[in-house]
Design a protein around this ligand. Structure first.
Ligand SMILES: *Cc1c(COP(=O)(O)O)cnc(C)c1O
Length: 379
């Protein structure tokens, strides 16, 4: 089945009692049992909910996996993966990570005796050098937030396999429309469904998809034992978002390409970070593992002062100044003081995230209007 058909029909069964084409929102905490222990597969809503079940089936289908799990947020999904580990285990991950992932690793899981190595995931030598006998998990974000660095999923999956560790890919930026990590050998794919899957900036949610039944059972056990499950209304919203994911992503890609090229030609704009440029260091790998380059990008102005950057950030009218990404409306963000403020300044600067970096989540509005808005703001 082709992607557009798959995204629209994923997890959809007409409601058996009424024929309703849309999955009902089951607002219930428990299910009446016919006799003690005799039930219809639903006992208590932390463990099972029919709306969540439909979404989890859809998540598995759109990521070409066997099993999907929905969580109350993206970080709750990440938290569940880390809970597969035990004290003394080691994780190899990138030095350019979503700020909340970095905070969870350094401020929560390091306290529980998990060790993390932060390396340049664009360098396979660096990944290999960081592997030790205690490595149990490789955590890869690609493209990265906010510098748009690319990691080679298939090559890193091979390293994971030979070292006996799991590979989890945070696929939030690409979305399943542009990239399917399980097809490239990853063991787990993670999403902040808050972003492109939901697509309308109206829900916080996370997802995991896997192929292996044992791994699924372990993650389901963690989901139900730790309880970070999404409510049924939120599941309905993400299920609805998935139906238009392909249409939105096509426009995000088109607009992203136009704006990245326009920014690069602008006399006042310095470096533009977008993985669709042929001279981007990760271009060849991005081209190989992605179906398009998406609508996320970052840039610096030639006048590299924080004041000028802040002036621009406050001057756009269509691009709203806000954290988050992946919604239909365009957003502009200052990683140093907003999304990535939880990363110590020295760490940020060392990894190339300057104080004047500006990140864009290009929405699905008319590209000409968006360019006009940026032109006015840059001056
Ligand atoms: C937003 C985001 C997360 C965290 O997801 P929440 O839904 O905000 O908890 C993780 N990774 C990436 C790349 C993100 O953009």
């Amino acid at each position: 089945m082709k992607i557009a058909t798959k995204f629209i029909h994923a997890g959809m069964e007409p409601d058996p009692s009424t024929g309703a084409i849309m999955t009902p929102v089951y607002m219930t905490s428990t299910y009446v049992q016919e006799a003690p222990g005799v039930n219809k597969g639903f006992e208590y809503a932390r463990s099972q909910n029919p709306t969540r079940k439909a979404l989890e089936e859809a998540l598995a289908i759109i990521e070409n996996g066997q099993y999907g799990l929905a969580f109350s947020s993206g970080v709750a999904a990440t938290d569940a993966v880390l809970k597969l580990l035990s004290p003394g285990d080691e994780v190899v991950t990138g030095n350019d990570l979503y700020g909340g992932t970095y905070r969870l690793f350094t401020k929560v899981f390091e306290r529980f005796g998990i060790k993390f190595s932060y390396v340049d995931m664009g360098s396979l030598e660096a990944v290999e050098a960081a592997i030790s006998p205690a490595t149990k998990l490789i955590w890869l974000e690609t493209p990265t937030n906010p510098l748009m660095n690319i990691g080679d999923i298939a090559a890193i999956a091979a390293i994971a396999k030979s070292s006996g560790s799991l590979l989890c890919v945070d696929n939030t930026f690409a979305s399943p429309y542009l990239q399917n990590p399980l097809d490239l050998g990853a063991d787990i794919v993670m999403h902040s469904s808050t972003k492109y899957l939901g697509g309308h900036s109206d829900v916080i949610q996370g997802a995991l998809v896997v192929n292996d039944k044992t791994l699924y059972d372990s993650l389901y056990f963690i989901q139900k034992s730790c309880g970070a499950v999404p409510g049924p209304m939120d599941c309905f919203l993400v299920l609805r978002g998935i139906k238009t994911l392909h249409l939105r992503m096509q426009r995000h890609c088109e607009n992203g390409e136009k704006i990245a090229h326009w920014l690069r030609k602008h006399p006042k704009v310095g470096k533009v970070y977008w993985c669709g440029f042929e001279d981007h260091p990760g271009y060849a790998v991005a081209k190989k593992q992605m179906r398009g380059f998406g609508g996320m990008m970052s840039f610096e102005l030639k006048d590299n002062s924080v004041e000028t950057a802040k002036q621009l950030l406050s001057s756009t009218r269509l691009f709203s100044l806000a954290e988050s990404l992946g919604g239909v409306e365009s957003l502009i963000n200052h990683p140093a003081s907003m999304t990535h403020a939880s990363i110590p300044r020295e760490e940020r600067i060392k990894n190339g995230l300057s104080d004047s970096l500006i990140r864009l989540s290009v929405g699905v509005e008319d590209a000409e209007d968006l360019i006009q808005d940026l032109a006015n703001a840059i001056g």
